[in-house]
Design a protein around this ligand. Structure first.
Ligand code: PLP
Length: 372
């Protein structure tokens, strides 16, 4: 649709001009970064520059390595499978690429706002002396809720555990500093920050003995075999530079998000805003309208030219039950939708959403709502 409004930036965000330009330049060049001749050296330089800008975006100094991957999913799998720890502790609200990366993870519960229970983490670690890996995301993809990762890392380190953080949704939206988070490993994804789909990175402390999960070549210092996707990494690096310079500007989105939520509370008092008592990303609003399924809301909004997603995890176009909302004990989790704003969002987008959702509510909302 020509004038459709995109409000699903947590799913993926439009590519930034800087990233598209860098990719076009890299596509025009020939050269395998492993080749020693001048063509190869140009490719190698492109990859190394991307490594530097991605490192800089999250404040990783010389004590960390950047391992490029095919995205956040692979980075999370590499961290959990390659860390050499059998005992894995994950928060209840992790992305499936963390939840499903190990056979039998112990789950750290969250409160009704989706914030991890640090006392429970301490208790879990104290209950078993086997060296563990703890994985806690920085910001949740469905709710935008931000976790106390630095506190969790302090607890983990006290028990000799390794600490991993999935920062895929946080990067570019809030300042991310790996040193002050105190984590050993951190995952990133290019397409969530205005780079291309299909590129990501695991940032790993140099003293963590990580084991490669993809074998058959010495690329990425033996930690991830396969010829590097040079154009994608060029785009990732350029996007990282752009968001690093502009992360403060992203905070402006909280004004739009707050306007949206204020309007909802006024127009539809039965709406429940998920995680609203927790610290959240400035761009994300997840809310339920009792009696109106997420699918119906998403479809009606789509017909009105407004793209949002259901609050539940959605893969391959299939809406699955949300384990995040379930862990938070959200009633009517199947009636939750997620509006996620991004670097292209403005007041007009919000007006379009309010018109479309207001029409939907007038049509189905007030009839269907069951008195609480
Ligand atoms: N982690 C989180 C929190 C995410 O939101 C996503 C994607 O939605 C991923 C990991 C996976 O990243 P990718 O799409 O690059 O595989």
């Amino acid at each position: 649709m020509d004038n459709a409004v995109y409000m699903d930036h947590n799913a993926t965000t439009p590519i930034r001009a800087e990233a598209a330009d860098a990719m076009a330049a890299a596509l025009a060049a020939t050269g395998n970064p492993s080749s020693v001749h001048q063509f190869g050296r140009i490719g190698r330089r492109t990859v190394d520059e991307a490594r530097e800008t991605v490192s800089a975006m999250i404040g990783a100094g010389g004590g960390f390595d950047v391992v490029f991957t095919s995205g956040g999913t692979e980075a999370n799998n590499l961290a959990l499978k390659g860390c050499g720890r059998e005992r894995i502790l994950v928060s209840a609200v992790e992305h499936p690429s963390v939840l499903q990366a190990s056979a039998d993870p112990r789950v750290i519960p969250v409160d009704r706002n989706g914030v991890i229970d640090l006392a429970a983490l301490d208790h879990l670690l104290a209950s078993d002396a086997e060296p563990a890996l703890v994985s806690v995301m920085l910001a949740n993809n469905e709710t935008g809720v931000i976790q106390p990762v630095a506190d969790a890392a302090r607890i983990a380190r006290r028990y000799g555990a390794l600490m991993h953080c999935d920062a895929v949704q946080a990067a570019g939206k809030i300042a991310v500093d790996i040193e002050s988070l105190g984590v050993h490993m951190l995952s990133l994804s290019a397409h969530k920050i205005g780079g291309p789909l299909g590129a990501g990175a695991l940032i790993v402390a140099a003293d963590v003995p990580l084991e490669a999960q993809i074998l058959g070549g010495g690329q990425e210092r033996g930690l991830r075999a396969g010829t590097e996707n040079v154009p994608a990494l060029a785009g990732f690096g350029a996007a990282a530079r752009a968001v690093h310079a502009g992360v403060d500007a992203f905070a402006r989105l909280s004004v739009l998000r707050d306007r949206l939520e204020g309007w909802l509370k006024e127009v539809a008092p039965s709406v429940r805003i998920v995680g609203s008592d927790a610290v959240r990303l400035p761009n994300t609003s997840c809310f339920t309208l009792e009696g109106a399924s997420a699918e119906v809301q998403v479809m009606a909004l789509d017909l009105a030219g407004v793209a949002v997603s259901s609050g539940s995890a959605c893969s391959s176009g299939r809406v699955a039950k949300s384990s995040v909302l379930e862990a938070m004990g959200v009633p009517d989790a199947d009636c939750a939708i997620r509006v996620s704003l991004g670097w292209t969002s403005d007041e007009n987008d919000l007006d379009r959403f309010l018109d479309a959702w207001g029409a939907l509510y007038a049509r189905i909302g007030s009839d269907n709502v069951v008195a609480a």
